[in-house]
Design a protein around this ligand. Structure first.
Ligand code: BPY
Ligand code: FE2
Length: 330
C-alpha cells in the first residue's frame, strides 16, 4: 500500500489557546484561514467573510494551525485527559488508493472503519478510513486534502519544508516496538531508513514513506507508549537560530541543546512543548532519492555534535507517561 506522506496530526490539550499562542509566536505557524468544515465561499468573491475570521479557532474551541499550502496540519482539541495523539493522518493519492488500502488492511486482519461524510468534512478531506496501530494510536488514511496558497508565517523570514514531504515527523514511544514496527513496515509499507541501538535492546527506528529521511520514528524505552516529539523542518539554519532566539526570549524550556543527528543530518533543537512532550525544530534534513539503492544502517551513536539532554528527555517523557498510568498515553 502506498502512503504518500504524514499529512496531519490531532493532539489533545487542556487549553488549545495556549497552543495557538505557542504555535504562532514560538514555532511561526499560521492560524488556518478557514477551519475544516466551514465554507470558503466562492473563489474571488470579495464580500465573502470566512466565519472563523482567520483566527484558526473552531466552534468547539479546537485550534487549527497551518504551515504550508495545506489548509491545516496540526489540530489541537480540548481534552482534559489525553494530551498526546488523538489521530495521525496519512495521505494517499486518490479514492482508488484508499479503497486498495482498505482491502489490504482487511486482508491483514486489521479492523478498519469507513469515515463518514461528516468525518471527512471535519478534516477538510475527500474521504478517510480509520484504524489503530498496535500501540493504540488512532490512524486515519485519507485522500484529497484541502489546499490554499497563502501561507505567511507570523515570524519574519521563515517557511516550513513540508508539502509532498509531509508535515515533518513524529517519534512515538512504543513498548511493543516489534509489533508496531511490523505494522508500519509490513502493513502500511513504510521503509526502514536506519536505527539507533540503545543499551539493552531499546532504541529508535526511523521509517520513511517518501524522500524525507523519516516521517515516523518508533522508540522503545521501557514500557511507555505515547508521543515523544513532533519535528517541524524549517527552511534554513538561520530559521532554527531565530526560533532559538524566540525560545530563549520566552523562557521556553530546552530539552536538548542544538545538535546535528548522525543519520538524517538534521541540525535541530528540542523544546518542551505545552503538553509536556518535545517539539524538535530543525533544518537541512536528508532526503533519500535513490530509494532502491538505500541500505538501512544501524547506528550506535545519535549525534555528530550537540543534542545534550536528548536521552534525558526520552527518560523524562517516558517516566511522565508511566506515572500517568492509564494505558500509558501522554
Ligand atoms: C535521532 C533522533 C531524532 C531524529 C533523528 C535522529 C532521536 C531523538 C530522541 C532520542 C534519540 C534519537 O529526528 O529525533
Ligand atoms: Fe526527531
Amino acid at each position: 500500500m502506498e502512503i504518500k506522506s504524514l499529512g496531519y496530526i490531532g493532539i489533545g490539550s487542556k487549553d488549545p489557546l495556549e497552543w495557538l499562542k505557542f504555535g504562532t509566536e514560538i514555532l511561526g505557524m499560521m492560524p488556518a484561514r478557514a477551519v475544516p468544515g466551514e465554507s470558503w465561499g466562492f473563489p474571488q468573491d470579495p464580500n465573502f467573510k470566512i466565519a472563523s475570521g482567520g483566527k484558526g479557532i473552531s466552534d468547539d474551541g479546537s485550534v487549527y494551525l497551518k504551515l504550508d499550502d495545506y489548509q491545516w496540519r496540526l489540530g489541537i482539541h480540548q481534552d482534559d485527559k489525553n494530551h498526546g495523539i488523538l489521530y495521525i493522518g496519512f495521505e494517499v493519492d486518490n479514492i482508488s488508493k484508499l479503497e486498495e488500502a482498505k482491502s489490504h488492511l482487511l486482508d491483514n486482519k486489521i479492523d478498519v472503519l469507513d469515515g463518514s461524510i461528516e468525518d471527512a468534512k471535519a478534516r477538510g478531506v475527500g474521504g478517510l478510513i480509520k484504524l489503530s496501530d498496535p500501540s493504540g494510536n488512532p490512524i486515519e488514511i485519507y485522500y484529497e486534502p484541502t489546499l490554499d496558497y497563502k501561507f505567511q508565517s507570523p515570524v519574519p523570514n521563515q517557511t516550513f519544508v513540508a508539502g509532498h514531504l509531509g508535515l515533518g515527523h513524529l517519534m512515538i514511544l512504543a513498548a511493543n516496538r516489534e509489533q508496531t514496527y511490523d505494522f508500519y513496515t509490513k502493513i502500511l509499507g513504510f521503509k526502514l531508513t536506519d536505527y539507533i541501538s540503545f543499551e539493552g535492546g531499546d532504541g529508535a527506528w526511523f521509517m520513511r514513506c517518501n524522500p524525507r529521511h523519516h516521517s515516523m520514528a518508533l522508540s522503545k524505552f521501557g514500557e511507555a507508549n505515547g508521543m515523544h516529539h513532533i519535528m517541524f523542518q524549517v527552511d534554513s539554519i538561520d530559521s532554527v537560530g531565530r526560533a532559538l532566539d524566540r525560545i530563549n526570549a520566552a523562557n521556553v524550556p530546552i530539552s536538548s541543546t542544538l545538535g546535528k543527528h548522525i543519520n538524517d543530518l538534521t541540525t535541530s533543537v528540542y523544546i518542551k512543548g505545552p503538553n509536556g512532550w518535545d517539539i524538535e525544530i530543525g533544518a537541512d534534513t536528508l532526503n533519500i532519492h535513490d530509494d532502491d539503492k538505500w541500505i538501512p544502517k544501524q547506528f550506535v551513536e545519535g549525534d555528530i555534535w550537540g543534542h545534550q539532554g536528548i536521552m534525558d528527555s526520552i527518560a523524562d517523557v517516558s517516566a511522565e507517561i508511566e506515572e500517568k498510568g492509564d494505558d500509558g498515553k501522554n
